[in-house]
Design a protein around this ligand. Structure first.
Ligand code: CA
Length: 132
């Protein structure tokens, strides 16, 4: 399962990527909006984790452009701000979930699992069930 982690805080990005790796996800890191856009053009990600505050453009602007470009990948927005109006703006812009910093990694992982479950096609769920 490949995820794209868009976060300009290098230490936080690396820490999250290794936590996610331990949880079985392969996380690519993009440090700004432009890199995120390029990564999304190349690779099929199951989920994008997107920081709102990026150096080259607002995270929400990056999200708007991805959605305009018909990228339908679920997006979990990370933010240092946790005002209701910020959450509303993020969800309205095409985000699927919202998590305020600082957060506990266990909650991030639970939200990732929830978003990935939601995105599972029915056929994939059935064949997964047959394997077990
Ligand atoms: Ca940031």
């Amino acid at each position: 399962m490949r995820l794209l982690l868009v976060e300009d805080d290098v230490e936080l990005a690396n820490g999250l990527a290794s936590s996610l790796a331990q949880a079985g996800y392969e996380a690519d890191i993009a440090h700004d909006g432009r890199a995120a856009m390029a990564a999304c053009a190349d690779a099929g990600y199951s989920l994008i984790i997107l920081d709102r505050g990026l150096p080259d453009m607002a995270g929400l602007e990056a999200l708007r452009r991805l959605r305009l470009g018909a990228v339908k990948t679920p997006v979990l927005i990370l933010t240092a701000r946790d005002e209701t109006q910020d959450r509303v703006a993020g969800l309205d812009m095409g985000g699927d979930d919202y998590l305020a910093k600082p957060f506990v990694v266990a909650e991030l992982e639970a939200r990732i699992r929830a978003l990935l479950r939601r995105g599972e096609p029915v056929g994939a769920t059935l064949s997964f069930g047959l394997v077990h």
